[in-house]
Design a protein around this ligand. Structure first.
Ligand code: NDP
Length: 282
């Protein structure tokens, strides 16, 4: 029996990681002899795990929490975007050399493109300043967004993202503290929930003033396990076009698939596979 081409995801925790479902479905649909494994790696074992993946001749792997930043020290070549973001979620291995990319923000952009939403010259408000917010804001600015308002609970994280973005894209990022019932300025074109609020508990949503939303705004969520978050539902009630984090998940996975196989993933197959998992709430 031939050895399959091996890929997977490393992280901790990795239970219920949806990437295995969507990537394996895409491999199988194209009859590629590839396998995607869910690999739990303890914090202190990251280096050993990477050496193990090399020894087992993995073609590549995804990286999830808590290793997206820490992995960088083991990468031989990192993409320009991943370097600015400061995190890697997709690694390919070639002759024992590791190449690191970040497909999270690009996946978000592709979800917008899929919905015919352009970011060129647009004003963005982003709630959150963690890894997802960082990846999304870098790709939005690289794609020509006019400026980004970072709304975050902790001043420390918000100011750090503001400073990092402004060092690459001068004067494009502004920070403001996330206070309860905060108004979204009426000149915002695209509003993004890039916090984890709504992930564990589907009844939770960012506590903004939803009355300040305007129907011309496009409202997006990053929450990957629920296409109908309370956040998006509240925006829909105000007449806004909405885009879910499940689409971002699919597209970031499709980009990883392309990096490893050189082929274009079938988005519908990935979407159907995700729809059929318990992880995904329709
Ligand atoms: P981080 O832990 O890096 O950042 C979390 C962010 O959420 C921080 O800005 C934090 O604010 C904020 N936050 C958390 N709880 C609250 C709260 N109760 N009220 C206000 N703000 C809060 O996580 P990530 O950025 O990596 O992930 C964020 C979400 O994005 C997760 O749900 C993850 O699943 C999702 N994600 C989705 C992807 C997709 O493909 N759809 C890809 C990657 C991530 P503070 O700085 O104050 O702590």
């Amino acid at each position: 029996m031939y050895q399959k081409y091996l890929t997977g995801v490393i992280g901790d925790p990795v239970d219920n990681n949806p990437s295995a479902v969507i990537e394996q479905a895409a491999f199988d649909a194209m009859k590629l002899p590839w396998q995607y494994l869910i690999l739990q790696v303890k914090q202190e074992k990251l280096k050993d795990a990477i050496n193990g993946l090399k020894a087992l001749e993995f073609v590549g792997f995804n990286v999830t929490m808590p290793f997206k930043q820490e992995i960088i020290q083991y990468i031989n070549n990192i993409s320009h975007e991943a370097e600015i973001i400061g995190a890697v979620n997709t690694v390919s291995i070639n002759n024992g050399m590791l190449y690191g990319e970040n497909t999270d923000g690009k996946g978000f952009l592709m979800a917008l493109q899929n919905e015919k939403v352009s970011v060129l010259g647009k004003k963005i408000a982003l709630i959150g300043a963690g890894g997802a917010a960082r990846a999304i804001s870098v790709e939005l600015l690289l794609a020509g967004a006019k400026d980004i308002l970072i709304i975050n609970r902790s001043t420390e994280h918000g100011k750090k993202l503001e400073a990092d973005l402004n060092s690459y894209f001068p004067c494009k990022a502004h920070f403001c503290v996330f206070n309860k019932d905060i108004d979204i300025p009426n000149d915002i074109d695209i509003l993004v929930n890039a916090t984890s609020v709504g992930f564990e508990n589907p009844n939770e949503f960012p506590d903004i003033n939803y009355q300040s939303l305007q129907s011309k705004m496009v409202v997006c969520d990053v929450i990957p396990n629920n296409a109908n978050t309370m956040f998006l539902n509240k925006a829909k009630e105000k007449g806004c076009k909405t885009i879910s984090g499940t689409l971002m998940l699919i597209y970031q996975g499709a980009l990883s698939f392309n990096i490893w196989t050189g082929k274009k993933a079938n988005i519908n197959i990935m979407q159907n596979a995700l729809n059929n998992t318990l992880f995904y709430k329709k």
